[in-house]
Design a protein around this ligand. Structure first.
Ligand code: XLS
Ligand code: NI
Ligand code: NI
Length: 440
């Protein structure tokens, strides 16, 4: 059975009109000292691409998929075959999933685990056959009604235990499939209202949950990188892992900051009232940048629309942060993104990924060139030059005092501030993007 009736997608360059080709992503081409494939480490999200049906709060699913009418376990098997064919044809090396994406839940935990075992075995075989790898897996502790009050922050200890059992199983799967990372996204870890929420208790329980997860990973010898994926709201009105800064403070308070890094999702950053670059920078500056959920929000909609990335300005700045981070490995760029409800054909799965991959590949090319030219570095150099010597250097080194600064201020005859020409900087970035394919 063939699910995608196309030849493998290859690089044809920016002049090609073939929608089934890469215009900017050339996996084996070296950019600096790594190939594009090594820089970008693209991943496909099982849930959006193979499990979801494109329903929204106002309408049923529109996705036309070959596996739509199969029985649950047959459907699960077909999806495994489909995703591996998909990865072969799109040259995507990694994939990511939640437990419930790959196998149907049974009526008991035991039954769910048995279903998982069957599918995980099939996935393992396919991984060995194709060389494709698991970027990360995670646990869905938010969809089922038992998680109505959350999972590791539920007000019900029985639910907490159930959630722990599911994460335990997911860690075993991670170990078995050699998952390079393990993700915790907050799901329903947050609150609807503080009127009836003991935030302090819930956060302490959450911290203990993470500690037990790490202990269990150590016990079974699972060494993948642990990642937290911040999000400010949706589904709860306040998610505990609001943004990188908030989650970092939580990790530090509970002494978990050595165990985790962050998986940063572009659309979550904008939901939090930040730019994507802000979240990446905050994490990078603190050596906490682990992986990325590559998508973008819709500028007119206030929720997690999970669009495929198309904004080159954004991907350029993202790739700048990622390059300055020394890359993402063992993390990568997981397309936590879905076709619009109106793009319901199976082939749209391929076309959307080509779009996202090309947008990041173009961003990589531009960001690399800017770094070669020391573009941002020389801007910063000029802007902060007063901190390189004299009183400025003393401030940076922490070797001055208010008394000394006061004396210094009294002696100033004038203060000269420079314009930062921000509009010129933006225009120069446009020039970089437009000229990236010109050799002269
Ligand atoms: C939801 C999240 C979710 C995580 C994995 O908004 O992005 O998809 O990436 O649980
Ligand atoms: Ni995500
Ligand atoms: Ni999301």
């Amino acid at each position: 059975m063939t699910y995608f009736n196309i030849d493998p997608v290859t690089y044809e360059g920016p002049k090609s009109n073939n929608i089934y080709s890469f215009k900017y992503y050339n996996p084996e081409e070296k950019i600096g000292n790594k190939t594009m494939a090594e820089h970008l480490r693209f991943g496909v999200a099982y849930w959006h691409t193979f499990t979801a049906d494109l329903s929204d709060p106002f309408g049923v699913g529109t996705a036309q998929r070959d596996w739509n009418n199969l029985e649950p376990m047959e459907q699960a098997k077909a999806r495994v075959d489909a995703i591996f064919e998909f990865m072969q044809k799109t040259q995507i090396e990694y994939f990511c999933f939640h437990d419930v994406d790959i196998a149907p839940e049974g009526s008991t935990l035991q039954e769910s685990n048995e279903n998982l075992d069957v599918i995980v075995d099939r996935i393992k075989e396919k991984m060995e056959e194709t060389g494709k790898k698991l970027l990360w897996n995670t646990t869905n502790n938010f969809t089922h009604e038992r998680f109505v009050h959350g999972a590791a922050t539920s007000s019900n200890a029985d639910v907490y235990a159930y959630a722990a059992a599911k994460v335990k199983k997911s860690l075993e799967i991670a170990k078995k499939l050699g998952s390079e990372n393990f993700v915790f996204w907050g799901g329903r870890e947050g609150y609807e209202s503080l009127l009836n929420t003991d935030m302090k208790l819930e956060l302490t329980n959450l911290a203990n949950f993470f500690k037990m997860a790490k202990n269990y990973a150590n016990e079974i010898g699972y060494t993948g990188q642990f990642l937290i994926e911040p999000k400010p709201k949706e589904p709860t009105s306040h998610q505990y892992d609001t943004d990188v800064a908030t989650a970092y403070a939580f990790l530090q308070k509970y002494d978990l900051d050595d165990i985790f890094k962050f998986n940063i999702e572009a659309n979550h950053a904008t939901l939090a009232g930040h730019t994507f670059q802000h979240e990446l920078r905050y994490a990078r500056d603190n050596d906490m940048l682990g992986s990325v959920d590559a998508n973008q929000g819709h500028p007119l909609l206030g929720w997690d629309t999970d669009e495929f990335p198309t904004d080159v300005f954004d991907t350029t700045l993202a790739m700048y942060e990622i390059l300055k981070n020394g890359g993402l490995a063992p993390g990568g760029l997981n397309f936590d993104a879905k076709p619009r409800r109106t793009s319901f054909k199976q082939e749209d799965l391929v076309l959307t990924h080509i779009t996202g991959m090309d947008t990041f590949a173009l961003g990589l090319r531009v960001a690399h060139k800017m770094i070669e030219d020391n573009f941002f570095e020389s801007i910063m150099d000029t802007k902060y030059q007063t901190f390189k010597e004299g009183i400025g250097k003393k401030i940076v080194d922490g070797t001055t005092s208010f008394a000394e600064l006061e004396t210094y201020a009294h002696n100033l005859t004038s203060i000269d501030n420079a314009s930062d020409h921000l509009e010129v900087i933006k225009s120069q970035i446009n020039q970089y993007i437009l000229n990236i394919n010109n050799k002269d």
